[in-house]
Design a protein around this ligand. Structure first.
Ligand code: G16
Length: 543
Protein backbone atom coordinates (compact mmCIF):
# COMPACT_ATOMS: atom_id res chain seq x y z
CA UNK A 1 0.00 0.00 0.00
CA UNK A 2 1.53 3.35 -0.97
CA UNK A 3 0.63 6.87 -2.04
CA UNK A 4 1.26 7.36 -5.73
CA UNK A 5 1.35 10.66 -7.59
CA UNK A 6 0.30 10.05 -11.18
CA UNK A 7 0.45 12.49 -14.04
CA UNK A 8 -2.61 13.48 -16.00
CA UNK A 9 -3.80 16.01 -18.55
CA UNK A 10 -6.68 18.43 -18.00
CA UNK A 11 -10.19 18.23 -19.46
CA UNK A 12 -11.84 21.49 -20.35
CA UNK A 13 -15.44 20.55 -19.55
CA UNK A 14 -15.47 19.96 -15.80
CA UNK A 15 -17.57 23.01 -14.94
CA UNK A 16 -20.15 22.14 -12.26
CA UNK A 17 -23.73 23.09 -13.19
CA UNK A 18 -26.81 23.78 -11.05
CA UNK A 19 -25.89 20.86 -8.83
CA UNK A 20 -22.39 19.51 -9.35
CA UNK A 21 -20.74 17.93 -12.38
CA UNK A 22 -23.21 15.85 -14.37
CA UNK A 23 -22.34 13.90 -17.49
CA UNK A 24 -23.03 10.59 -19.15
CA UNK A 25 -21.44 7.60 -17.37
CA UNK A 26 -19.36 6.98 -20.51
CA UNK A 27 -18.03 10.53 -20.25
CA UNK A 28 -16.92 9.95 -16.66
CA UNK A 29 -15.28 6.70 -17.75
CA UNK A 30 -12.68 8.52 -19.85
CA UNK A 31 -9.13 8.03 -18.53
CA UNK A 32 -8.57 9.94 -15.26
CA UNK A 33 -11.77 11.99 -15.74
CA UNK A 34 -12.99 11.16 -12.22
CA UNK A 35 -9.52 11.46 -10.66
CA UNK A 36 -8.95 14.86 -12.29
CA UNK A 37 -12.18 16.28 -10.90
CA UNK A 38 -11.70 14.89 -7.38
CA UNK A 39 -8.07 16.07 -7.25
CA UNK A 40 -9.12 19.52 -8.51
CA UNK A 41 -11.65 19.61 -5.70
CA UNK A 42 -9.17 18.50 -3.04
CA UNK A 43 -6.65 21.06 -4.31
CA UNK A 44 -9.25 23.76 -3.57
CA UNK A 45 -9.94 22.70 0.02
CA UNK A 46 -7.39 24.31 2.33
CA UNK A 47 -7.45 22.93 5.86
CA UNK A 48 -8.64 19.45 4.92
CA UNK A 49 -5.65 17.68 6.49
CA UNK A 50 -6.72 15.35 9.27
CA UNK A 51 -10.40 16.21 8.76
CA UNK A 52 -13.43 13.95 8.19
CA UNK A 53 -14.98 13.57 4.75
CA UNK A 54 -18.39 11.99 4.11
CA UNK A 55 -18.73 9.93 0.92
CA UNK A 56 -21.85 8.32 -0.49
CA UNK A 57 -24.13 8.26 -3.48
CA UNK A 58 -27.52 7.27 -4.77
CA UNK A 59 -26.44 3.75 -5.74
CA UNK A 60 -26.57 4.31 -9.49
CA UNK A 61 -24.28 2.48 -11.91
CA UNK A 62 -20.61 3.48 -11.39
CA UNK A 63 -21.28 4.55 -7.77
CA UNK A 64 -19.08 1.82 -6.22
CA UNK A 65 -16.15 2.41 -8.47
CA UNK A 66 -16.07 6.19 -7.92
CA UNK A 67 -16.52 5.76 -4.16
CA UNK A 68 -13.47 3.52 -4.01
CA UNK A 69 -11.47 6.05 -6.06
CA UNK A 70 -12.64 8.92 -3.82
CA UNK A 71 -11.67 7.01 -0.65
CA UNK A 72 -8.23 6.16 -2.06
CA UNK A 73 -7.68 9.77 -3.10
CA UNK A 74 -8.95 11.15 0.25
CA UNK A 75 -6.35 8.98 2.03
CA UNK A 76 -3.62 10.19 -0.32
CA UNK A 77 -4.64 13.83 0.14
CA UNK A 78 -4.37 13.86 3.92
CA UNK A 79 -7.95 13.46 5.17
CA UNK A 80 -7.99 11.87 8.63
CA UNK A 81 -11.21 9.95 8.30
CA UNK A 82 -13.90 9.01 5.81
CA UNK A 83 -17.49 8.20 6.74
CA UNK A 84 -18.99 6.17 3.92
CA UNK A 85 -22.56 4.95 3.53
CA UNK A 86 -23.06 1.20 3.73
CA UNK A 87 -22.90 -0.21 0.23
CA UNK A 88 -21.80 3.26 -0.82
CA UNK A 89 -25.36 4.50 -0.39
CA UNK A 90 -26.44 7.80 1.13
CA UNK A 91 -29.45 9.81 0.03
CA UNK A 92 -28.56 13.44 -0.63
CA UNK A 93 -30.49 14.74 2.42
CA UNK A 94 -29.02 11.97 4.59
CA UNK A 95 -25.52 12.94 3.41
CA UNK A 96 -26.26 16.53 4.39
CA UNK A 97 -27.43 15.36 7.82
CA UNK A 98 -24.41 13.10 8.33
CA UNK A 99 -22.01 15.96 7.50
CA UNK A 100 -23.72 18.21 10.04
CA UNK A 101 -24.35 15.56 12.70
CA UNK A 102 -20.76 14.30 12.79
CA UNK A 103 -19.19 17.73 12.27
CA UNK A 104 -17.45 16.63 9.07
CA UNK A 105 -15.35 18.97 6.94
CA UNK A 106 -17.52 18.24 3.89
CA UNK A 107 -18.82 15.47 1.71
CA UNK A 108 -18.69 14.04 -1.78
CA UNK A 109 -22.16 13.09 -3.00
CA UNK A 110 -22.33 10.95 -6.13
CA UNK A 111 -25.57 11.41 -7.97
CA UNK A 112 -27.14 12.64 -11.14
CA UNK A 113 -30.33 13.09 -9.15
CA UNK A 114 -33.45 12.49 -11.23
CA UNK A 115 -31.52 11.72 -14.45
CA UNK A 116 -31.62 8.10 -15.70
CA UNK A 117 -28.86 5.69 -14.63
CA UNK A 118 -27.13 2.58 -15.97
CA UNK A 119 -24.11 2.19 -18.26
CA UNK A 120 -25.67 4.52 -20.82
CA UNK A 121 -27.25 6.80 -18.25
CA UNK A 122 -25.95 9.75 -16.27
CA UNK A 123 -23.59 10.16 -13.36
CA UNK A 124 -22.62 13.10 -11.19
CA UNK A 125 -20.19 14.29 -8.53
CA UNK A 126 -21.07 17.05 -6.13
CA UNK A 127 -19.24 18.55 -3.16
CA UNK A 128 -21.04 19.70 -0.02
CA UNK A 129 -19.38 21.96 2.53
CA UNK A 130 -19.32 21.69 6.33
CA UNK A 131 -22.80 23.19 6.76
CA UNK A 132 -24.09 20.13 4.83
CA UNK A 133 -25.09 22.16 1.77
CA UNK A 134 -23.89 22.27 -1.84
CA UNK A 135 -20.64 24.14 -2.35
CA UNK A 136 -21.18 27.79 -3.23
CA UNK A 137 -20.02 29.17 -6.56
CA UNK A 138 -16.74 30.53 -5.24
CA UNK A 139 -15.70 26.91 -4.58
CA UNK A 140 -17.14 25.37 -7.75
CA UNK A 141 -15.56 28.13 -9.85
CA UNK A 142 -12.19 27.48 -8.21
CA UNK A 143 -12.52 23.73 -8.84
CA UNK A 144 -13.31 24.37 -12.49
CA UNK A 145 -10.32 26.67 -12.86
CA UNK A 146 -8.08 24.07 -11.20
CA UNK A 147 -9.44 21.28 -13.44
CA UNK A 148 -8.20 23.18 -16.48
CA UNK A 149 -4.61 23.13 -15.36
CA UNK A 150 -4.27 19.93 -13.38
CA UNK A 151 -1.21 17.82 -14.13
CA UNK A 152 -1.16 15.20 -11.37
CA UNK A 153 -3.29 13.45 -8.80
CA UNK A 154 -2.57 11.54 -5.58
CA UNK A 155 -4.01 8.11 -4.83
CA UNK A 156 -3.35 5.21 -2.47
CA UNK A 157 -2.71 2.02 -4.37
CA UNK A 158 -3.03 -1.45 -2.86
CA UNK A 159 -4.91 -2.50 0.27
CA UNK A 160 -8.59 -3.38 0.38
CA UNK A 161 -11.48 -0.95 0.38
CA UNK A 162 -14.67 -2.77 1.31
CA UNK A 163 -17.73 -0.72 2.22
CA UNK A 164 -20.33 -3.41 1.59
CA UNK A 165 -21.08 -3.97 5.29
CA UNK A 166 -20.84 -1.94 8.49
CA UNK A 167 -17.45 -1.69 10.15
CA UNK A 168 -14.30 0.31 10.53
CA UNK A 169 -10.89 -0.11 8.94
CA UNK A 170 -7.94 1.98 7.82
CA UNK A 171 -6.24 2.80 4.54
CA UNK A 172 -2.71 4.13 4.71
CA UNK A 173 -3.36 5.74 8.07
CA UNK A 174 -6.80 7.19 7.21
CA UNK A 175 -9.71 5.80 9.25
CA UNK A 176 -12.73 4.57 7.30
CA UNK A 177 -16.06 4.00 8.99
CA UNK A 178 -18.93 2.44 7.11
CA UNK A 179 -22.16 3.84 8.49
CA UNK A 180 -25.83 3.05 8.20
CA UNK A 181 -27.40 6.45 7.71
CA UNK A 182 -31.00 5.26 7.92
CA UNK A 183 -31.14 5.18 11.73
CA UNK A 184 -29.55 8.63 12.03
CA UNK A 185 -31.91 10.10 9.45
CA UNK A 186 -35.01 8.48 10.97
CA UNK A 187 -34.01 9.80 14.40
CA UNK A 188 -33.80 13.32 12.98
CA UNK A 189 -37.28 12.98 11.46
CA UNK A 190 -38.62 11.88 14.87
CA UNK A 191 -37.45 15.19 16.34
CA UNK A 192 -39.43 17.17 13.75
CA UNK A 193 -42.72 15.31 13.34
CA UNK A 194 -45.43 13.87 15.54
CA UNK A 195 -44.93 10.18 14.81
CA UNK A 196 -47.70 9.21 17.26
CA UNK A 197 -50.24 11.35 15.41
CA UNK A 198 -49.18 9.92 12.04
CA UNK A 199 -49.31 6.39 13.47
CA UNK A 200 -52.92 7.00 14.59
CA UNK A 201 -53.72 8.35 11.13
CA UNK A 202 -52.58 5.09 9.55
CA UNK A 203 -54.30 3.08 12.29
CA UNK A 204 -57.57 4.82 11.40
CA UNK A 205 -57.44 3.32 7.89
CA UNK A 206 -55.70 6.15 6.03
CA UNK A 207 -54.13 4.74 2.86
CA UNK A 208 -51.00 5.78 1.03
CA UNK A 209 -48.66 4.76 -1.75
CA UNK A 210 -45.05 5.89 -1.76
CA UNK A 211 -43.20 5.21 -5.02
CA UNK A 212 -39.46 5.08 -4.35
CA UNK A 213 -38.84 4.64 -8.09
CA UNK A 214 -36.15 1.97 -7.43
CA UNK A 215 -33.99 4.79 -6.17
CA UNK A 216 -32.20 5.60 -2.95
CA UNK A 217 -35.20 6.49 -0.76
CA UNK A 218 -36.66 2.97 -0.70
CA UNK A 219 -34.87 1.72 2.45
CA UNK A 220 -35.44 5.03 4.26
CA UNK A 221 -39.14 5.07 3.38
CA UNK A 222 -39.63 1.43 4.37
CA UNK A 223 -37.99 1.99 7.74
CA UNK A 224 -39.91 5.16 8.50
CA UNK A 225 -43.30 4.82 6.80
CA UNK A 226 -43.86 1.08 7.14
CA UNK A 227 -41.57 0.46 10.12
CA UNK A 228 -41.91 3.36 12.52
CA UNK A 229 -45.25 4.79 11.37
CA UNK A 230 -47.03 1.48 10.95
CA UNK A 231 -48.29 1.88 7.39
CA UNK A 232 -49.16 -1.53 5.93
CA UNK A 233 -46.43 -3.51 4.20
CA UNK A 234 -46.62 -2.68 0.49
CA UNK A 235 -47.29 1.03 1.07
CA UNK A 236 -43.77 1.66 -0.28
CA UNK A 237 -43.45 0.35 -3.83
CA UNK A 238 -40.34 0.04 -6.02
CA UNK A 239 -38.45 0.19 -2.74
CA UNK A 240 -35.28 -1.65 -3.77
CA UNK A 241 -32.59 0.71 -5.13
CA UNK A 242 -31.28 -0.55 -8.48
CA UNK A 243 -28.19 0.70 -10.36
CA UNK A 244 -30.33 1.55 -13.39
CA UNK A 245 -33.54 2.40 -11.46
CA UNK A 246 -35.19 -0.56 -13.17
CA UNK A 247 -34.63 1.09 -16.54
CA UNK A 248 -36.93 3.97 -15.58
CA UNK A 249 -36.35 7.68 -15.18
CA UNK A 250 -36.33 8.43 -11.41
CA UNK A 251 -37.90 11.85 -11.78
CA UNK A 252 -41.02 12.23 -9.65
CA UNK A 253 -43.12 14.24 -12.07
CA UNK A 254 -46.37 13.62 -13.90
CA UNK A 255 -44.60 12.04 -16.86
CA UNK A 256 -42.21 9.66 -15.12
CA UNK A 257 -44.43 8.88 -12.12
CA UNK A 258 -47.49 8.48 -14.33
CA UNK A 259 -48.49 5.16 -12.82
CA UNK A 260 -48.75 6.79 -9.40
CA UNK A 261 -50.65 9.72 -10.86
CA UNK A 262 -53.11 7.43 -12.67
CA UNK A 263 -53.67 5.44 -9.48
CA UNK A 264 -54.43 8.59 -7.49
CA UNK A 265 -56.86 9.83 -10.14
CA UNK A 266 -58.58 6.44 -10.51
CA UNK A 267 -61.39 4.63 -8.70
CA UNK A 268 -59.05 2.73 -6.33
CA UNK A 269 -57.04 5.75 -5.26
CA UNK A 270 -55.47 5.71 -1.81
CA UNK A 271 -55.83 8.88 0.28
CA UNK A 272 -52.30 10.04 -0.41
CA UNK A 273 -49.58 9.40 -2.97
CA UNK A 274 -45.96 10.49 -2.99
CA UNK A 275 -42.72 9.76 -4.79
CA UNK A 276 -39.09 10.69 -4.54
CA UNK A 277 -36.24 10.87 -7.03
CA UNK A 278 -32.89 9.17 -7.71
CA UNK A 279 -31.05 10.65 -4.74
CA UNK A 280 -34.04 11.31 -2.49
CA UNK A 281 -34.12 15.09 -2.43
CA UNK A 282 -37.13 15.73 -4.66
CA UNK A 283 -40.76 14.90 -3.92
CA UNK A 284 -44.08 14.53 -5.67
CA UNK A 285 -47.30 14.98 -3.72
CA UNK A 286 -50.66 13.80 -5.02
CA UNK A 287 -53.84 13.50 -2.99
CA UNK A 288 -56.82 11.47 -4.17
CA UNK A 289 -57.92 13.37 -7.26
CA UNK A 290 -55.62 16.25 -6.51
CA UNK A 291 -52.10 16.83 -7.85
CA UNK A 292 -50.29 19.45 -5.78
CA UNK A 293 -47.79 21.50 -7.77
CA UNK A 294 -44.40 21.84 -6.06
CA UNK A 295 -44.95 25.61 -5.84
CA UNK A 296 -48.31 25.10 -4.12
CA UNK A 297 -46.81 22.42 -1.90
CA UNK A 298 -44.19 24.89 -0.67
CA UNK A 299 -46.89 27.43 0.15
CA UNK A 300 -49.11 24.84 1.86
CA UNK A 301 -46.27 23.41 3.91
CA UNK A 302 -45.23 26.89 5.00
CA UNK A 303 -48.79 27.83 5.96
CA UNK A 304 -49.29 24.63 7.98
CA UNK A 305 -45.79 23.87 9.29
CA UNK A 306 -46.71 25.02 12.80
CA UNK A 307 -48.83 21.87 13.11
CA UNK A 308 -45.64 19.79 13.31
CA UNK A 309 -43.68 19.86 16.59
CA UNK A 310 -40.40 20.85 14.92
CA UNK A 311 -41.95 24.05 13.56
CA UNK A 312 -44.51 24.93 16.22
CA UNK A 313 -42.66 28.13 17.08
CA UNK A 314 -43.28 29.39 13.55
CA UNK A 315 -41.01 30.18 10.64
CA UNK A 316 -38.26 32.77 10.45
CA UNK A 317 -38.83 33.22 6.74
CA UNK A 318 -39.40 31.44 3.43
CA UNK A 319 -37.18 31.29 0.34
CA UNK A 320 -38.04 30.11 -3.15
CA UNK A 321 -36.15 29.94 -6.40
CA UNK A 322 -37.03 32.66 -8.87
CA UNK A 323 -39.02 30.47 -11.32
CA UNK A 324 -41.12 29.00 -8.47
CA UNK A 325 -44.59 30.52 -8.30
CA UNK A 326 -45.34 33.36 -5.90
CA UNK A 327 -47.85 31.25 -3.92
CA UNK A 328 -45.44 31.10 -0.96
CA UNK A 329 -44.99 34.88 -1.05
CA UNK A 330 -48.64 35.31 -0.07
CA UNK A 331 -48.17 33.02 2.91
CA UNK A 332 -45.05 34.93 4.01
CA UNK A 333 -46.95 38.19 3.69
CA UNK A 334 -49.79 36.92 5.85
CA UNK A 335 -47.39 35.52 8.45
CA UNK A 336 -45.40 38.76 8.39
CA UNK A 337 -42.10 36.96 7.81
CA UNK A 338 -39.17 37.41 5.39
CA UNK A 339 -39.54 36.16 1.82
CA UNK A 340 -36.55 35.63 -0.47
CA UNK A 341 -36.36 34.98 -4.20
CA UNK A 342 -33.09 33.27 -5.16
CA UNK A 343 -31.62 31.81 -8.36
CA UNK A 344 -32.33 28.16 -9.18
CA UNK A 345 -30.09 25.84 -7.18
CA UNK A 346 -30.29 24.77 -3.55
CA UNK A 347 -26.84 26.24 -2.92
CA UNK A 348 -28.38 29.72 -2.92
CA UNK A 349 -30.46 28.89 0.18
CA UNK A 350 -27.45 27.95 2.31
CA UNK A 351 -26.49 31.39 3.59
CA UNK A 352 -30.10 32.34 4.39
CA UNK A 353 -30.57 29.09 6.33
CA UNK A 354 -27.25 29.43 8.16
CA UNK A 355 -28.09 33.02 9.11
CA UNK A 356 -31.45 31.89 10.53
CA UNK A 357 -33.33 34.14 8.13
CA UNK A 358 -35.44 31.40 6.57
CA UNK A 359 -36.80 28.11 7.89
CA UNK A 360 -38.45 26.60 4.81
CA UNK A 361 -37.26 26.69 1.20
CA UNK A 362 -38.65 25.32 -2.01
CA UNK A 363 -38.37 25.12 -5.75
CA UNK A 364 -40.73 24.45 -8.61
CA UNK A 365 -38.47 21.54 -9.57
CA UNK A 366 -40.09 19.37 -6.88
CA UNK A 367 -37.76 20.33 -4.04
CA UNK A 368 -38.77 21.42 -0.57
CA UNK A 369 -36.78 21.41 2.62
CA UNK A 370 -36.04 23.21 5.85
CA UNK A 371 -33.24 24.21 8.15
CA UNK A 372 -32.95 20.62 9.48
CA UNK A 373 -30.38 19.94 6.72
CA UNK A 374 -28.90 22.02 3.89
CA UNK A 375 -30.39 20.08 0.97
CA UNK A 376 -33.92 19.65 -0.22
CA UNK A 377 -35.44 16.57 1.31
CA UNK A 378 -38.07 14.41 -0.39
CA UNK A 379 -39.05 12.25 2.55
CA UNK A 380 -39.12 15.26 4.89
CA UNK A 381 -41.75 16.88 2.65
CA UNK A 382 -43.82 13.69 2.63
CA UNK A 383 -43.63 13.41 6.42
CA UNK A 384 -44.61 17.05 6.91
CA UNK A 385 -47.60 16.46 4.66
CA UNK A 386 -48.50 13.36 6.69
CA UNK A 387 -48.18 15.33 9.93
CA UNK A 388 -50.49 18.03 8.57
CA UNK A 389 -53.00 15.43 7.36
CA UNK A 390 -52.84 13.69 10.74
CA UNK A 391 -53.70 16.91 12.56
CA UNK A 392 -56.24 18.38 10.15
CA UNK A 393 -57.96 15.11 9.24
CA UNK A 394 -59.09 16.53 5.92
CA UNK A 395 -58.33 15.29 2.42
CA UNK A 396 -55.43 16.76 0.45
CA UNK A 397 -57.99 18.16 -1.97
CA UNK A 398 -59.93 19.95 0.79
CA UNK A 399 -56.74 21.40 2.25
CA UNK A 400 -55.60 22.67 -1.15
CA UNK A 401 -58.98 24.23 -1.94
CA UNK A 402 -59.15 25.94 1.42
CA UNK A 403 -55.67 27.32 0.82
CA UNK A 404 -56.69 28.78 -2.54
CA UNK A 405 -59.84 30.26 -1.02
CA UNK A 406 -57.65 32.03 1.53
CA UNK A 407 -54.65 33.07 -0.53
CA UNK A 408 -55.78 32.78 -4.15
CA UNK A 409 -54.45 30.28 -6.69
CA UNK A 410 -51.29 30.61 -8.76
CA UNK A 411 -52.03 28.56 -11.87
CA UNK A 412 -48.60 27.27 -12.76
CA UNK A 413 -46.90 25.04 -15.31
CA UNK A 414 -43.44 24.38 -16.72
CA UNK A 415 -42.86 23.47 -20.36
CA UNK A 416 -39.51 21.81 -21.07
CA UNK A 417 -37.81 21.45 -24.42
CA UNK A 418 -35.21 18.80 -23.69
CA UNK A 419 -32.03 17.90 -25.55
CA UNK A 420 -32.39 20.82 -27.91
CA UNK A 421 -29.38 21.80 -30.02
CA UNK A 422 -27.32 24.01 -27.67
CA UNK A 423 -26.73 26.73 -30.26
CA UNK A 424 -30.46 26.94 -31.02
CA UNK A 425 -31.32 27.15 -27.31
CA UNK A 426 -28.77 29.88 -26.77
CA UNK A 427 -30.16 31.63 -29.83
CA UNK A 428 -33.63 31.71 -28.23
CA UNK A 429 -32.21 33.18 -25.03
CA UNK A 430 -29.98 35.72 -26.79
CA UNK A 431 -32.84 36.98 -28.92
CA UNK A 432 -35.06 37.37 -25.88
CA UNK A 433 -32.33 39.18 -23.98
CA UNK A 434 -31.91 41.59 -26.86
CA UNK A 435 -35.62 42.43 -26.75
CA UNK A 436 -35.78 43.06 -23.01
CA UNK A 437 -35.15 46.83 -23.04
CA UNK A 438 -38.05 47.44 -25.43
CA UNK A 439 -40.58 45.13 -23.79
CA UNK A 440 -41.35 47.25 -20.74
CA UNK A 441 -41.94 50.25 -22.97
CA UNK A 442 -43.87 48.62 -25.78
CA UNK A 443 -45.62 45.68 -24.09
CA UNK A 444 -46.33 42.59 -26.13
CA UNK A 445 -49.40 41.08 -27.76
CA UNK A 446 -51.49 44.00 -26.55
CA UNK A 447 -50.43 43.31 -22.94
CA UNK A 448 -48.66 45.79 -20.70
CA UNK A 449 -45.38 44.47 -19.31
CA UNK A 450 -44.43 45.52 -15.80
CA UNK A 451 -41.04 43.82 -15.60
CA UNK A 452 -38.64 42.44 -18.18
CA UNK A 453 -35.16 41.50 -17.02
CA UNK A 454 -32.47 38.86 -16.79
CA UNK A 455 -32.65 37.86 -13.13
CA UNK A 456 -29.69 38.81 -10.96
CA UNK A 457 -29.36 38.08 -7.24
CA UNK A 458 -27.31 39.66 -4.52
CA UNK A 459 -26.99 37.39 -1.52
CA UNK A 460 -28.14 39.46 1.49
CA UNK A 461 -25.76 37.60 3.81
CA UNK A 462 -22.40 37.72 2.02
CA UNK A 463 -23.12 40.14 -0.80
CA UNK A 464 -22.13 37.66 -3.54
CA UNK A 465 -23.79 38.34 -6.88
CA UNK A 466 -25.21 35.86 -9.42
CA UNK A 467 -26.22 37.21 -12.82
CA UNK A 468 -27.89 35.78 -15.93
CA UNK A 469 -30.25 33.56 -13.93
CA UNK A 470 -33.23 33.54 -16.27
CA UNK A 471 -35.38 35.95 -18.26
CA UNK A 472 -38.42 37.21 -16.38
CA UNK A 473 -41.34 38.81 -18.11
CA UNK A 474 -43.99 40.01 -15.70
CA UNK A 475 -47.32 41.35 -16.92
CA UNK A 476 -49.27 44.12 -15.30
CA UNK A 477 -51.94 41.67 -14.04
CA UNK A 478 -49.37 39.64 -12.06
CA UNK A 479 -48.96 36.91 -14.69
CA UNK A 480 -45.43 35.89 -15.50
CA UNK A 481 -43.37 34.01 -18.07
CA UNK A 482 -39.81 32.92 -17.30
CA UNK A 483 -37.33 31.52 -19.83
CA UNK A 484 -34.28 29.69 -18.52
CA UNK A 485 -31.69 27.14 -19.60
CA UNK A 486 -31.41 24.14 -17.30
CA UNK A 487 -28.11 23.55 -15.55
CA UNK A 488 -28.60 19.82 -14.97
CA UNK A 489 -28.98 18.30 -18.44
CA UNK A 490 -26.21 16.19 -19.93
CA UNK A 491 -27.03 16.27 -23.64
CA UNK A 492 -27.54 19.44 -25.68
CA UNK A 493 -29.55 22.07 -23.84
CA UNK A 494 -32.86 22.01 -22.02
CA UNK A 495 -34.97 25.13 -22.37
CA UNK A 496 -37.52 25.68 -19.65
CA UNK A 497 -40.52 27.97 -19.91
CA UNK A 498 -42.28 28.68 -16.61
CA UNK A 499 -45.81 30.05 -16.78
CA UNK A 500 -47.83 31.54 -13.97
CA UNK A 501 -51.15 33.34 -13.58
CA UNK A 502 -52.72 34.51 -10.33
CA UNK A 503 -56.39 34.02 -9.59
CA UNK A 504 -57.53 35.93 -6.47
CA UNK A 505 -59.17 34.20 -3.46
CA UNK A 506 -62.68 34.61 -4.76
CA UNK A 507 -61.88 33.76 -8.38
CA UNK A 508 -62.26 30.50 -10.30
CA UNK A 509 -59.92 27.87 -8.92
CA UNK A 510 -61.23 24.79 -10.70
CA UNK A 511 -59.97 25.40 -14.22
CA UNK A 512 -57.66 23.06 -16.08
CA UNK A 513 -54.15 24.47 -15.64
CA UNK A 514 -53.09 24.39 -19.29
CA UNK A 515 -56.37 25.99 -20.27
CA UNK A 516 -56.04 28.69 -17.62
CA UNK A 517 -52.56 29.44 -18.95
CA UNK A 518 -53.41 29.15 -22.66
CA UNK A 519 -52.99 32.84 -23.43
CA UNK A 520 -49.60 32.95 -21.69
CA UNK A 521 -48.48 29.81 -23.53
CA UNK A 522 -49.36 31.53 -26.81
CA UNK A 523 -47.49 34.67 -25.77
CA UNK A 524 -44.42 32.66 -24.75
CA UNK A 525 -44.35 30.94 -28.14
CA UNK A 526 -44.72 34.21 -30.00
CA UNK A 527 -42.16 36.06 -27.88
CA UNK A 528 -39.47 33.40 -28.17
CA UNK A 529 -40.22 31.96 -31.58
CA UNK A 530 -39.15 28.75 -29.92
CA UNK A 531 -40.75 26.32 -32.36
CA UNK A 532 -39.08 27.80 -35.38
CA UNK A 533 -35.73 28.38 -33.70
CA UNK A 534 -35.48 24.87 -32.19
CA UNK A 535 -37.43 22.93 -34.82
CA UNK A 536 -39.62 21.50 -32.04
CA UNK A 537 -43.36 21.43 -32.49
CA UNK A 538 -44.13 21.00 -28.80
CA UNK A 539 -42.49 20.71 -25.36
CA UNK A 540 -40.99 17.34 -24.39
CA UNK A 541 -42.34 17.46 -20.86
CA UNK A 542 -45.15 19.50 -19.35
CA UNK A 543 -45.38 19.56 -15.59
C1 G16 B 1 -31.00 20.52 -8.96
C2 G16 B 1 -30.79 21.60 -7.96
C3 G16 B 1 -32.07 22.34 -7.75
C4 G16 B 1 -32.63 22.84 -9.06
C5 G16 B 1 -32.78 21.68 -10.02
C6 G16 B 1 -33.23 22.08 -11.42
O1 G16 B 1 -31.85 19.56 -8.45
O2 G16 B 1 -30.35 21.06 -6.74
O3 G16 B 1 -31.83 23.38 -6.88
O4 G16 B 1 -33.85 23.45 -8.89
O5 G16 B 1 -31.54 21.03 -10.15
O6 G16 B 1 -32.22 22.69 -12.06
P1 G16 B 1 -32.26 23.02 -13.60
O7 G16 B 1 -33.56 23.74 -13.83
O8 G16 B 1 -31.05 23.84 -13.78
O9 G16 B 1 -32.24 21.71 -14.37
P2 G16 B 1 -31.44 18.03 -8.46
O10 G16 B 1 -32.57 17.34 -7.79
O11 G16 B 1 -31.28 17.69 -9.91
O12 G16 B 1 -30.15 17.98 -7.72
Amino acid sequence: MSIKTLSTTPYDDQKPGTSGLRKRVTHFQQPHYVENFIQSLFDCLPGKEGQTLVIGGDGRYFNDSVIETAIRMAAANGFGKVLVGRGGILSTPAASHIIRHYGAFGGIVLSASHNPGGPDGDFGIKYNIGNGGPAPERITDAVYARSREIERYHIVEGGTVDFSGPGAFALDGMAIEVIDSIADYAALMETLFDFDAIRSLFASGFTMRFDAMHAVTGPYAREIIEGRLGAPHGTVVNGVPLPDFGGAHPDPNLVHAKELYDLLMGPDAPDFGAASDGDGDRNLIIGRNRFVTPSDSLALLAANAHLAPGYKRGLAGIARSMPTSAAADRVAEKLGIEMHETPTGWKYFGNLLDAGRVTICGEESAGTGSDHVREKDGLWAVLLWLNILAVRRQSVDAIVREHWATYGRNYYSRHDYEEVDAAAANGVMDALRARLPRLEVEGFGGRAIALADDFAYTDPVDGSVATGQGIRIGFADGSRIVFRLSGTGTVGATLRIYLERFEPPHGRHDRDTQEALADLIGLADALSDIRQKTGRAAPTVIT
